[in-house]
Structures are given as C-alpha cells and as structure tokens.
Design a protein around this ligand. Structure first.
Ligand code: ANZ
Length: 944
C-alpha cells in the first residue's frame, strides 16, 4: 500500500475535530504546561511558509509535553485590530470587520491543514466586544490606580485622595509626571476640575501633554518607526512634532520591576540585554542652578556630578518649559527661528544626528559649586523627555558638549590641569576620563576631590549635594510612558466620556463600550479622528447607554472619547484570556488563573523585543498588583524563531528581445535578470509553458535551453510578494502533505536561526516518510509488525533515537531530530525490523513531528485511542552500550589489521590478546616491543 498522505491527513483532521482531541480543561489531577505562540495579525495575503515555523516548533513541544503526561494548553487566536484593514477600508469602503473576518477564515483554513494541536474552543479575536471588554476594563483600572514607590505596587486612587485629604503631598513617594506640593487644606480648596487635573499627575492611565509625530495629511499620530527623514513612511507626507493631549500609560513607574524581573525568567541573554538597554537605568544626581539676576532656578540631571567644576555652559531642550522663561528680549527672534526648525525633527533623528545646532537664550546660570555664571543655550541634542530636559555641559569630558563648545567657541576647562582636550583623546561614550579631579576647594565650596577616582569623586559630590541641599540623588530610566491614543477607527474604543473637559469612566457594569459605525474611515474635516463621523456616540449617564450626539446636553448626556487604543492594547493580556476565554464576569477566573499561572513556553519573533514584550510585562505586573494575575512575569521561557527568507529565482532576458537564455549560457549575451515566480520553478528548472502563461508579455517568449531545460538563477532575499518568492504552505501540503511540510520546516535548521526556504530538499524528507511507511506495509498491503522478541540491534536503534529526540526537543534542536529519524528508519529497514514494540515506540516519538502519519500507524498497530495520549517512551542506556569495540592494530604507527574486543575489556587483556595473535608475530618478527600504546576504543600501537 502506498503512503496516501492526502487521505490520511483528511481523515485525522476530521477525527480530531469529532473526538475533540485537543480540547483542554483545568484538570487538577495533572500538572499543567502552557505553550503559546505570538498570535498573528490576519493580513490579506494569508500565511506563507515563514509563518508556521514558530507554530510548528511550539506544536511539537506541546505534543511532546502531552505525551509526557502534562495537561497542555496550546491556544490560538487573532490580533485582529490593525492598520492594513483600516487602510483597505479607506480605499475601498469595505468595512474592516468584514475584511478581517474574511482574512481570519483564510488563516484558519490554512492553519487547519497543517495539523496543529490548538484548542480552538479557546480562540480569541481582539476586535470582538467579549474580548475587548477586558482591555477596556484594564484601562479603567489603570485610570483608577496610582503607583506607590514605597510599596512598589499599584494602589487605588481613592487611597491617594484620602491621603491628600489628611496631609496633602507630605511624605508622598509615588510615581508622577511632575513633583507637586500642596497641603490638605489646599487640596480641599480645589474645585472638582482642579482636583481631577491634579489626580491626572498620578494616575497609571492618564491624559498627558506629549510630543508626538503628527502627520497632518494622514490626520494621525505616527510611531517613531513610521517616520523617516521627517516624512511618513506611508505616503511620504511631512511629519511635524506637535504637543498633543493623549492617553498615556505610566509604564515608567514599573521600570525597576521590569528590570529586576528579567533575572527571574528564562529568555536569551541577548533579548534580556535589549530590554535592559531599552529600560536604561541610570544612577545620577539632580542639581539646582539659579538663574543670574532672577528668582528663577532649574534642575539638571547628571551622571558625572564630579565634573561640576568643569561646567562652562548649560543647555535646555527646545521643548523645555524654561525656554520662554529664560529667553531674553534681544534673543527672542533668534530662539523662535531655531525652535521652528527643530520642530520638524523626530527624537530618533535628534539622537542619531551629530550635526551641531543651537542658540543662546540670553540668560546665565550660577554654578552652585563655583559661584561662576555660565551661559544657558538651547539645543536639540538635549531631549525633553529624559532627566529634567536640562543639562550642565562639561565640554572637556563629554563628547557632545565638546562638539558644541568647539562649534560655538565656548570655553573648555579640563578637570586636571594640563589634561589633553584634543579631539583624539575623546572616547565617544566616556568623554575624557581623567581620574583624580583637580578641583575641590574653591572660595565657594569646600568639597575636596583631590586624589579620588571618578567613582569616589561622584560619591563624594553626591554626599555634598545632599548635605548642602543643592539637589538630590536620582535614578533615571530611559523607558518612557507609552502613548496610548491613536486617531484611528479600527481599534478598541476608550470607555470614557468628557464632562467639563475632563475625562470620566463609564460605569464598569456597562462594559464593553462597542465600536460605533461610521460612514467614513478618514479623519473629519475639522481634524477629528474617524470616530468624529459617528452620529450615535454620546454617553447617557442616567440610562447607562450610548445615545445620539444630538442629545448631548452636558448635564446627563456627554460626548464620548474619539480616539481609539493602539495595536498593543489587545495583545497585552491575551495570554490570560486564553485561560478562561468565555468568562463574562472576569478577565480570568481565579481558578483558571491559579491552575495555568503563566506561559511556560512563548514562541515568537524578535521584532517584539521592546514593544509587545515590554507592554505585556508591564500590563501583567499591573494586573498582578490588582491580584488578578497570579505570577509577576507572564512568559517564563521565550524562544525567538528565526525568519524564513525567500529563495528567489531569475530568468535572463536578452536585451531588447523577448528571448530568455538559460543560466549557464547567459555569459554569452547581454542580459537583464528578471524575478520569476518561484511557484513555476522546480529545482531551479523553469516550467516554460507556465512562464508563457504567467504574464501576457511572455506569451510569445522564446528560450535558449541547456540540455533541453531552462535553468534559473537564484538568490536569497526577504520573502515578499514583490520578489515573487513567497511560498504558500497550502501548495506544499497539497503536493507532499502536512507531515512532510512540518518535518521539512524543522529540518531546514535550528528553530532560532534565520534561513532561506529552499524547496530543493523537500523530496528527501518526503521519501523518508514513505520509507517509514514501508516498515509497516509491504507492496501486497500486508501489515508487517508482529509480536515477538526484539533483537539487540533493533533495541539499540530505537533507544538511540528516543534518547536523541528527547534531548533535542528539550533543546529545541529539531533539525538534528529529523536526521536521527532518518538514521533510525534506515537502520530498522536494513535490520528488516518487524517488531511491534520497537515500531510502536518509533511512532510515539514521531507523533509530535508527523502527527497524521503517526495516528494512522498507531491505529493500525491496534490502538483504540489517539497517539496523543500514548506515553513518551523512556530510553534505557543498557541498550545503547556497544558490546564490542574494534581496534586498529598498528606496528610502529602503521595500521596492519583489526581486532574486536568486548567493550569493557581492560588494557592488560587487550595487550596480551594482541601479542598472542598470530598475525602479530609477523610484524614483531622476534623483536621485544619497546612500548605498547592503547588508545581506548580506537588503536593499539606496538612500538618496536
Ligand atoms: C555632565 C556630564 C559630564 C555628563 C560628563 C556626562 C559626562 P545617561 O547615562 O544616559 O543617563 N543628559 C542628561 N539629561 C539629558 C537630556 N535630557 N538629553 C541629553 N543628554 C542629557 O546620561 C546622563 C548624562 O547625559 C548626564 O550627565 C548629562 O550629561 C546628559 F563628563 O552631565 B552629564
């Protein structure tokens, strides 16, 4: 009987659905294991062979864990809100809900064909009200919480209000946008609006004034990576920096916990390092500087407090609130012109660009250590969002300050007299490091730093600053609060209405607030987000429902928020929802949460290193503070699957003709290489007829062939439509079957490595499965396995395989497992193995990789239940031991013959056996050996 993969795969995919093979419940009698893939955005193009790579890897692991007796959760769903569906809607008027649903159906069909063990009863879609109910709910909880730095925990805003009523801000140590100070009486004297505005300073979800990349033509804020050279990546429209009131999440409050948590999880060191850099902890000092001839003062942040004696000027970020205060009348025009210019540059450009620009404010600041007045400049190399947005410049020890001083001809004073301040002696990161600062005692300050190292000098300066009340020790983090508003339609609506300009949450019991219908998906003429087109988008607080805008009276009916949430909102807590996806009372029940805890194995792409993987860790920590998520970290182990690159093919057109010359002959002509669809190329041979039909302009194409074939050229490139190198898994499944696809994807190389998709080797993997099939059926359809005693060789072959595959799966080294299967099947084939026990073990070990084939043969072996519920076999080292070992016997280093010894024979036994062997006599020729060298398990050398 032939290996009929089409029939087998169809049969088992149906049976799995009928028997609910992959349904999981919270089974307290079993240990849990939670496997998760980063869920896909269902794009219009469908899946290509790169997408399933991670899914197959995690599917193998999930099946393996189940075979080991774990209760495995392996869910799948869709990150269903997103920009492409919205753009498509803008172009075609097609509602994003319709396109999204259609794309999801296509994804599901494709996924089903590959034979994953997903529990589809737990599917989630982020765009469904039953799901985003809990996204909105978490947002409301964040709005109603603040972060207590002492307890290192989110607490209810009601507690903060109670504290304000008791003692104002006295003794407060909480995360905030700005340090405020007021008494209990002052708090009580505030109007409701003022109180609300004050609370905004502390809420974890807050409305804040932030600088955003605003694109007027697109009517939306863009993320940093959507802007290049001051224009939008999409459309090339100008982008300006604009201050906007936006919803923000106080992720920065969790910076230290996000950092500490990394030490407790099993992620790659490189990913952890990326996150550490992103969080960017920096220990430094804040120091206050007075403005000369003024009552004003301002604070700077420095990590090199020891360089106070080398300050020669100060710099403010252009957006700093101090700029208008410190700009003198005579400098006003120049400063304004400068501000106008910097507005066009994004923060990223400002960081990476080394061009020196700046303007003098006209004011001077007084160095509290020396009493000297230094000029205050404005320059965009100082960022508004970091530290205090103001710095003291020490050009002798900081390279950017140095470049600035050189450009504007400002003084450069080294800390040690005679210290070299030429450009060559600068280290980009460290500046000039000269230990033992000269400075110290000045008439103004009795700090003596002489003879100290930099570290000691920093510590001494910190102590001095604290003791003299000149500032404070401060830890800063680069991690910013997340901007949480988007001016888009296809996203979660905010459950927020506005009263007197201040936001209020709709009642929790009325969630979810459903996305309204609009007739246009573009911003409105007045520049409002697309939800501005909705005519029924007002909140009636008495009825607790959405009503027509016409009813807005600002007494009981109020306008609703027009922004929607960003892409990362729906993906921040989805792993919790899978634990209990149909719960209408809670995001997740305590029971399910307690059982599943957190994700044991998370598989996804590296591109999420600083986005999703920071936001979801933050979100989880917040929910943990609320007592909702049991564990502090959501993803215990994380694997990044590599990218599958495309292998493009080319044909070569002879210039100015419609004739194409085969690869090997192209050198003889003047040719232009043209990408050709890889789906009409097989093993680099072009299907000439298919090529003619591919495009009308090739209908009459002519070909110069080699050996009767047209051979294409090839290159490894990104897998993309424009390079015609996208390989659709459906086609592979159709041609070879899902089991071949699964094994082949794993065979391509280590899961974590990027590698090109190269269909050339797929036949080999398919042949291997056929060969395995032939161990079970002969040509006359006889089923071969039979009861009986296994031979030593058979046991050795199978136990070697079990050991190898067990180790490989644990190490995610699946490619070497595939080779091990091939070796084992070859061995069993040459041993003519018919032993049922041995072949049963082979099937169980194969089941995670090729589940359809394994089910079919498992059934044929007489089992009534799914192979998924078999037991992973243990290997026995006893069978792996070599019984005998072959030694090469050499004389004076020349190999002469081979002898076999028991594996445990000792050197004396070996030596005397060699010496008494007949053949040896010939080479010894009566001499007395000087030495006998035995290399264990390899060689015996007799030195004569
Ligand atoms: C004086 C000084 C002397 C500095 C010296 C460095 C070297 P990290 O480690 O990244 O925290 N700085 C502070 N706020 C800034 C802002 N908003 N934009 C740009 N630069 C800013 O770096 C902290 C150092 O970066 C601070 O220490 C400050 O320059 C600068 F030899 O102060 B330093």
């Amino acid at each position: 009987m032939e290996y009929n993969f089409r029939e087998i795969e169809k049969k088992w995919q149906q049976k799995w659905v009928e028997n609910r093979t992959y349904k999981v419940t919270e089974d307290e009698s079993k240990q849990k294991f939670y496997v998760l893939n980063m869920f896909p955005y269902p794009s219009g193009a469908g899946l290509h062979v790169g997408h399933p790579l991670g899914y197959i890897a995690s599917d193998i692991y999930a099946r393996y864990k189940r075979l080991q007796g774990f209760n495995v959760l392996n869910p799948m769903g869709y990150d269903a809100y997103g920009l492409p569906a919205e753009q498509y809607a803008i172009q075609t008027g097609q509602h994003p809900a319709i396109t999204t649903a259609a794309n999801i159906n296509r994804y599901r069909e494709q996924l089903d064909k590959i034979g994953f063990c997903f529990d589809w009863d737990r599917e989630i879609r982020t765009c469904e009200p039953g799901y985003y109910h809990w996204t909105q709910w978490a947002f409301q909880k964040m709005f109603n919480s603040y972060y207590d730095n002492d307890k290192q925990q989110a607490r209810s805003v009601a507690e903060l209000v109670a504290a304000f009523e008791q003692q104002g801000t006295e003794g407060l140590n909480v995360a905030c946008s700005e340090e405020l100070s007021f008494t209990a009486d002052e708090w009580k004297a505030k109007t409701e609006k003022e109180q609300q505005e004050t609370l905004m300073n502390y809420r974890i979800a807050y409305l804040g004034e932030t600088m955003v990349n605003w694109c007027p033509q697109l009517g939306t804020v863009l993320a940093n990576d959507e802007v290049v050279d001051g224009v939008s990546v999409r459309g090339g429209y100008p982008v300006v920096q604009k201050k906007m009131r936006q919803w923000c999440l106080r992720v920065s409050a969790y910076a230290q916990r996000l950092l500490d948590g990394l030490d407790t999880i099993n992620w790659t060191e490189s990913l952890k390092e990326t996150q550490r850099n992103w969080i960017g902890r920096s220990e430094g000092t804040e120091v206050r500087f007075k403005v000369k001839d003024s009552d004003l003062e301002f604070t700077i942040f420095t990590t090199r407090a020891d360089t106070m004696f080398g300050v020669t000027f100060m710099v403010l970020a252009p957006e700093s609130e101090l700029v208008p205060l410190l700009t003198t009348e005579s400098q006003k025009a120049e400063v304004e012109a400068y501000l106008d210019r910097t507005k066009k540059r994004t923060e990223r450009e400002r960081i990476s660009d080394r061009r020196v620009t700046g303007v003098f404010s006209g004011s001077y600041a007084v160095n509290p250590f020396t009493g000297e007045a230094v000029p205050v400049w404005i320059s965009d190399y100082v960022l508004a969002g970091y530290g205090t947005g103001a710095i003291m410049a020490v050009p002798a020890h900081d390279s950017r300050d140095y470049a600035f001083a050189k450009h504007f001809n400002l003084p450069i004073i080294p800390l040690i007299e005679g210290c070299d301040v030429s450009e060559e002696s600068f280290d980009a990161k460290e500046g000039i490091v000269c230990n033992s600062p000269k400075a110290g005692v000045t008439p103004y300050c009795d700090l003596n730093l002489n003879g100290l190292t930099v570290k000691e000098a920093i510590a001494a300066t910190k102590t001095y600053v604290k003791a003299h009340n000149l500032g404070r020790v401060k830890v800063n983090y680069r991690l910013r609060d997340a901007i949480f508003s988007r001016q888009r339609y296809w996203g979660e609506p905010f459950p927020v209405y506005y009263k007197g300009g201040m936001p209020y949450m709709i009642d929790e019991s009325k969630l979810p607030l459903e996305l309204p219908e609009v007739d246009k998906f573009l911003p409105t003429e007045t520049g409002e987000p697309p939800l501005g087109h909705a005519t029924k988008w007002a909140w009636d607080v008495e009825k607790g429902e959405v009503v027509e805008n016409a009813k807005i009276d600002n007494v009981t009916v109020f306008p609703l928020e027009l922004n929607t949430m960003p892409g990362f909102a729906g993906s921040s807590a989805y792993y919790l929802r899978y634990m209990d996806p149909h719960n209408n009372e809670a995001l997740v029940s305590e029971k399910a949460d307690r059982y599943w805890q957190s994700v044991d194995l998370y598989v996804g792409g590296t591109e999420h290193a600083t986005g999703h993987l920071i936001y979801s860790r933050f979100w989880n920590k917040f929910l943990h503070d609320l007592g909702v998520s049991i564990t502090e970290e959501p993803f215990q182990k994380l694997i990044n699957q590599g990218m599958i690159q495309g292998r493009s093919n080319f044909v070569y057109r002879i210039k100015d003709t419609n004739t194409f010359v085969s690869f090997g002959l192209k050198g003889e002509y003047d040719v232009t290489p043209i990408h050709v669809d890889v789906n009409i190329v097989s093993n680099d041979v072009l299907d000439v007829e298919a090529f003619k039909n591919w495009r009308p302009e090739y209908n009459n194409a002519e070909f110069i062939l080699e050996d009767g074939k047209y051979i294409c050229g090839w290159a490894v490139e990104k897998m993309s439509k424009s390079m015609y190198n996208v390989v659709n898994p459906d086609m592979i499944v159709e041609k070879y079957g899902a089991d071949t696809l699964r094994m082949y994807e794993m065979f391509l190389g280590p899961v974590e490595q990027s590698k090109p998709w190269d269909t050339n080797g797929i036949d080999g993997v398919h042949r291997f499965l056929k060969k395995l099939w032939n161990l079970f059926y002969d040509r006359q359809d006889n089923f071969l396995p039979a009861e009986g005693e296994a031979t030593k060789e058979e046991l050795k072959a199978i136990h070697k395989l079990i050991k190898k595959v067990t180790g490989d799966i644990e190490a995610f080294s699946y490619n070497t497992s595939v080779s091990a299967f091939m070796i084992c099947v070859n061995e069993l084939t040459s041993l003519k193995c018919r032993n049922k026990a041995v072949l049963s073990n082979l099937i169980v070990v194969l089941a995670p990789f090729a589940p359809h084939l394994a089910e079919e043969l498992w059934e044929a072996l007489g089992n009534a239940t799914s192979v998924c519920d078999a037991h992973w076999p243990a290997y026995d080292e006893a069978y792996l031991k070599e019984d005998t070992v072959k030694y090469t016997i050499s004389f004076n280093g020349k190999a002469r013959f081979v002898m076999e010894f028991p594996a445990d024979a000792d050197n004396d036994t070996i030596q005397s056996a060699v010496m008494s062997e007949e053949q040896s006599q010939k080479w010894i020729a009566g001499k007395t050996p000087k030495k006998v060298i035995i290399v264990p398990k390899k060689i015996v050398n007799i030195v004569l």
